[in-house]
Design a protein around this ligand. Structure first.
Ligand code: UDP
Length: 236
């Protein structure tokens, strides 16, 4: 697979063309941003860790009938993925209160939720990715009704699967963010699934093993990412 021109550079990843129009290369950087890029930094080897963790999670989800853009790992920092048109929505699923849910609704961090919460944010950096609802999505035609139903179904199913996956590694999945893409008319899971996009707390101790260590300067950021990789790779 020949690596071609850079198509897009985001905060944590770069997308390159390949010689096959149906596939692109997703390259993971060490750059970290938080609070709508107001806080910037690097986390040593984060790109390598997130590439490897994402690959493992995508493989697991594919094995459980969730279509994803993942094809194969190409190198430590690169994976080959299907070319998609990204749906301009972030789908967030929450099992316990944290982050913006606590800020917006006055909840205590870690408090239980009677059932999982699903949220949509409009992917617009210039607007700070605002929280929107299904009615906004229909009115602004951000997704068709059919696509929206898929996003809702897949994200709840992915939550069930990922709860099991991380529980087996002694990690509590607090919340996470997903992005989906349209691949030849079919909605599939895209982007990444990593400690950058999930909140993961060690069962029992509540130790945070995710991007909150970077966001809130909790220290041992690299170690936390490496710890998740170690568990996901079955070396714990
Ligand atoms: N999240 C993400 N990218 C975003 C916003 C959120 O990956 O642009 C993830 C975040 O890491 C967490 C979940 O989505 O696992 C819920 O995020 P929340 O809205 O609480 O984020 P905060 O405002 O606290 O960063």
């Amino acid at each position: 697979m020949q690596k071609g021109k850079k198509i897009y550079e985001g905060k944590a990843k770069i997308i390159y063309e390949t010689d096959n129009p149906d596939f692109v290369i997703q390259y993971f950087k060490d750059d970290a941003t938080a609070f709508n890029a107001q806080k910037r930094g690097t986390v040593l080897e984060k790109g390598i860790v997130n590439n490897k963790i994402s690959a493992k999670v995508f493989e697991y989800l594919e094995a459980n009938n969730i279509p994803t853009h993942f094809e194969k790992m190409l190198s430590d920092r690169e994976m080959l993925v299907k070319r998609v048109k990204i749906v301009p929505l972030e789908v967030i699923v929450r099992n316990r209160a944290a982050g913006s849910l606590c800020r917006n609704l006055g909840l205590e961090e870690g408090s239980a939720l009677f059932c999982p919460v699903q949220e949509f944010c409009f992917k617009r950096d210039d607007l700070n990715d605002p929280l929107i609802n299904e009615s906004h999505i229909r009115a602004l035609r951000l997704a068709t009704d059919e696509a929206l139903e898929k996003l809702k179904y897949y994200s709840f199913r992915i939550n069930e699967l990922m709860l099991d996956f991380f529980q087996a590694l002694n990690l509590d999945l607090i919340d996470f963010k997903l992005e989906f893409g349209d691949c030849k008319g079919k909605i599939i899971l895209a982007d990444e699934i990593s400690p950058d996009t999930c909140r993961l707390w060690e069962v029992g101790t509540g130790r945070k093993l995710d991007k909150d260590r970077f966001r809130h300067d909790l220290g041992n950021v690299e170690e936390a990412y490496q710890e998740v990789l170690k568990r996901v790779s079955g070396k714990s």
